[in-house]
Design a protein around this ligand. Structure first.
Ligand SMILES: [Zn+2]
Length: 326
């Protein structure tokens, strides 16, 4: 039974101001105690109320500092995990039948928005030298940290990518409209106050004749939220303004891009041992959570593929394909 909340509310997606339903009262990192996660009863979107986007947090790399301070995760472990995730993300195109090759033979252009330290941009630069990859990131500090780390790493699989410090605003769209063959946002959309505006602008950067948009977010219907109260506590945080379900994400894309082909796939980021740990001990796995590079045996394969097919995995991947794909 969901309790109603009395705080002032305005839905980020449909602008309804009708009383929403309470989803989660305690929000991690909320010093004010005022933030709530609520569900709009008009369009079913789940979001923080009031929404509290703080760009300063990203400029200072606040979310990463929190993980380092709170879980004792060494920054090197975060870099290692970023490298594993970057390789998996680079492999995602082939897994979904995207060749990143242009019919006219010219190199495809890929822009990674909110690319952070640049691990994904780096992995793409190494694995697909035929694609012109660049990273757009609002935090200069993150770019400098990434540039220094990847430079010192001196790993041919992780070269220093091309960075640009900036935000995807309308001025950026005006300069780069329809110039990209692929645009990616990996765990960015849940952080912003205007997710529809960001999705629209990202789509406007994509070539309408054959380009694609790739947006991965945490899954509001992650089954672990109901299996581990501690995991649920950890999953609602000040930095995540929106909590997308597959249905809401799909509807956003279909309304913004009525002529495109839209797909939302489940995707499992963390490994089976992390999952069992949250359920069995109702606690985080610790400084080195299980982030699998690939399935290790049959149980992991069936566990992962079943959750992804049911879209109860820990992440969702929205793919929007533009142009005639028939
Ligand atoms: Zn709404």
């Amino acid at each position: 039974m969901l309790a109603r909340t009395s705080a002032e509310f305005r839905c980020l997606l449909c602008a309804s101001e009708d009383m929403p339903a309470a989803v989660q009262v305690a929000i991690k990192g909320d010093a004010s105690g005022q933030l709530r996660a609520v569900q709009c009863l008009s369009c079913s979107h789940v979001q923080l109320s009031p929404p509290s986007y703080d760009l300063g947090l990203y400029r200072e790399d606040g979310q990463v500092n929190f993980v380092v301070d709170h879980y004792g995760t060494p920054i090197e472990t975060l870099f290692d995990h970023s490298a594993i995730e970057a390789r998996r993300r680079a492999a995602r195109f082939a897994a979904h039948g995207e060749t990143l090759r242009r019919a006219d033979g010219r190199p495809a252009r890929l822009l990674d928005i909110g690319g952070g330290y640049g691990f994904f941009g780096s992995a793409m630069t190494a694995s697909r030298p035929d694609v012109e990859t660049s990273v757009l990131e609002p935090s200069e500090l993150r770019v400098e940290t990434g540039r220094r780390h990847l430079g010192e790493r001196a790993d041919p699989d992780f070269p220093v990518p091309a960075y640009e410090v900036g935000l995807l605003d309308d001025a950026y769209v005006a300069r780069h409209r329809a110039s990209c063959d692929a645009v990616t946002l990996w765990h960015v959309l849940e952080h912003v106050e205007d997710p529809l505006g960001l999705m629209r602008r990202a789509g406007e950067l994509v070539r309408p004749d054959g380009g694609s948009l790739w947006i991965e977010v945490p899954n509001a219907d992650d089954e672990l939220l109901d299996l581990s109260p501690a995991y649920r506590q950890r999953s609602y945080m000040r930095e995540h303004i929106s909590y997308f379900s597959a249905a809401v994400l799909e509807r956003m894309a279909r309304r913004l891009f009525p002529d495109a082909v839209v797909e939302v796939a489940g995707y499992q980021r963390y490994g089976i041992f992390n999952y069992f740990h949250w359920i069995h001990f109702n606690a985080p796995q610790g400084a080195k959570p299980d982030l699998f590079e690939r399935d290790r045996w049959w149980l992991e394969t069936s566990w992962r593929t079943t959750r992804e097919a049911a879209r109860t995995s820990d992440a969702l991947l929205l793919i929007v394909r533009f142009g005639d794909r028939a």
